[in-house]
Every structure is written in structure tokens, then in C-alpha cells.
Design a binder for this molecule. Sequence first.
Ligand code: ADP
Ligand code: MG
Length: 390
Amino acid sequence: MSAPISEAFTALYGRAPDGVWAAPGRVNLIGEHTDYNDGFVMPFALPHTTVAAVSRRTDGLLRLHSADASADGTAGTEGVVELRVDALAPGTDPHWTAYPAGVVWALREAGHPVTGADLHLASTVPVGAGLSSSAALEVVVALALNDLYALDLPRWKLARLCQRAENVYVGAPTGIMDQTASACCTAGHALFLDTRDLSVRQIPFDLAAEGMRLLVVDTRVRHAHSDGEYGKRRAGCEKGAALLGVDALRDVPYDGLDTALAGLGDEDEVRRLVRHIVTENQRVERVAALLEAGRTREIGPLLTEGHASLRDDFRISCPELDTAVDSALAAGALGARMTGGGFGGSAIVLAETGDVETITKAVAAAFAAAGHTPPRTFEAVPSAGAARLA
Ligand code: ADP
Ligand code: MG
């Protein structure tokens, strides 16, 4: 991958890049919407990556180009976009360029002397599919600048700066999971992340060796209204924590859930949100324990339980996601759930290797029968986190 991208960089900027970096998209195995409740998540990295060829500049110019600029849906940034690093301001750029520019802004705001760069990007991460193309884009830029400017920042700190870029510069409210996954995952593992203290644990997740596969079903429904709904869920969770007198819903123990729910009076909507978060945190811990004990097949029912909780309590599924999950289970999947923010995006399916073809066909047939756009189904092998390629 690094040779063609270097050539494209040279054709654009008239010199070879200083280096080439890659950062992956991710799938969340379990732990949905827990990351803004100080809870647990367990993503793993996809083999799909965003690759960046980058050179340093010392004249204050930031030049950006993406082979996938048109995937943004906003026209006008297909060529090289030129910005000044000292003129970067949050909330001013509606285009894809806000993601890399936001990373430069966040680094400079944190006191790191980034004086410009030329960047060329190319990605195989599906955009807007809930597989975190945005975090892949941020993290690849952060890692490249970290190396080129010898900033020596640890991975978790790069993830934090990328989250700040997305929250403040781009203006999209997200937790810390996506950026940490892209920066910190390792091949053959899922990443147990405690979003309160950012401690991580690499959990063995080598499915092929155990005769299983994990499929991603991209429903191709793009999460158009998800920002507003995300904000509502987030506010509801904060209200729940306040009513229960805890810093975050993470602090409501699973053992004390019934008492906590009873204490919420007539706040039915908050009660449902609280129940999802508390049971979901417990599911992440149970999945981690099963994987660490080598009992991988047994995580299937927990994934399916997680879907029911997101559908019925958190209410962020959609007909296409439910069709994917229900048809996969009916065709013999070990477990299935929606993954990512909800209202579209992708579902994941855990299956015996020998059942993959039957399940893939059954899901496609169910989509056709329901009149949905055909889904895109592919296998997700737990892959490496961000790295320098050349
Ligand atoms: P997701 O992270 O689930 O893919 P987001 O809406 O968070 O969806 O991020 C998608 C946005 O990120 C795109 O609309 C685009 O602005 C930007 N983006 C991601 N990857 C690229 C890329 N390779 N080139 C240009 N823009 C990209
Ligand atoms: Mg995103």
C-alpha cells in the first residue's frame, strides 16, 4: 500500500513524503453507548485502514488531499485544500478537511509546535457505516505528526487529542472509544477499555483458530439523524446519574440495579437508559472473562442480549439492523447485534466458519424480502492498530 500512496503524494506535491502511516477502522464487539458513562467497551481493529503519506512543513501551511474526498458528500474539496495552521478555528469547516485540521489544531492548542504539513490520504474504511472512518482519519494524522515532530506522545494521549478534534473542531459529540481503538488495538485481540481511567487490556480474540468467524453486515443505512438522537441519549444518561446521585452510570452496581431502577420514580425513559448502560457494562465484563477463559462460543448469547437491550431499552436500532440480526440468528449464528451509534450502520454476526455462507445468503434474502437496499457483508479479522508503514 505504501508504494502507490507515495507515488500519489509525489505527483501532488512534487516531492516524496517523509513517511507513510496507517490507522484502522474498528468494530465494537460489545459495550455500546457506555463510553460516555465512564463505562467499559471492547472494540477491535478492522483490516480496513486509512493510509496517510505525510511531509513536514515549517512555513505554517497545511495542505490536505484525500483520494476519498467525494465520500464526504460535500462537494468542493476534491483538490488540494490549503490552510494556515495559525488560522485554524473550531466550528468553521463543514468539510472532511475539518478532521485532519482539527488534529493539527488540537496538537497546537495543547502546546505542541506543529508548523505545517503536506498530507495525502487514501482509505479502505467504509465511510459513515459505523466503522469509524472518522477516527481512522484523525488517528493516522495524529500518529504521523507525532512521529514527524518527535512529540513522543503516548497512544492514549493521541486518542484524547483526536477526540478533542472531533468534539470541538468538527463539532461531533463522541466518546473516547473509536480513537483509542484505532490507536491501541493489536492483531488477534479485542481491546478492553475502561473509559474512566483509560486503562486497557488486550483480550485474546483469534476466531479463525477456533473455527469461527465474525461477519460485519453494513446495512448501508447512513445515520442521518443520529447526532440529535445521540445527544438525547447522552443527556438522558446524565440525568439518570444525577437522579441516582452518582458521578456516572458506571457507578451503579449491577447487583444494585433493581433498587436503582425503583428509585427513578416515574422517569420511565431514564429508567430504560439506565438499565441498558448498567447491564451493558456487565456484558462487557462477562464477554472479557469468557474470552480470557477460552470459552469464545459462549459470548454469542451475550451479543444477542446486547442487541435486545439496544433495541428495546436504548431504542437506537432500525428495521435494517433488526433484519440483519434476526435473519442471521435464524440461519444459525452464535450471536448477533447492532454495533456503533445506531439508526443504521452495521451489525456484527458471530458464526461457525462452516455456517458463514448460509448466514450471508439468509441475510441477503431477508433484506430482499423486506425491500431493503442489499447489505454489504464482509469478514472482520481482528487486526493491528495504527502504525508507521514506511
Ligand atoms: P464513521 O466514522 O462511522 O465512518 P462519521 O460520520 O463519524 O462516520 O465520519 C465520516 C466523515 O469522516 C465523512 O463524512 C468525511 O467527512 C470524513 N472522512 C472519513 N474518512 C475520510 C477519507 N478517507 N477522506 C475524506 N474524508 C473522510
Ligand atoms: Mg465516526
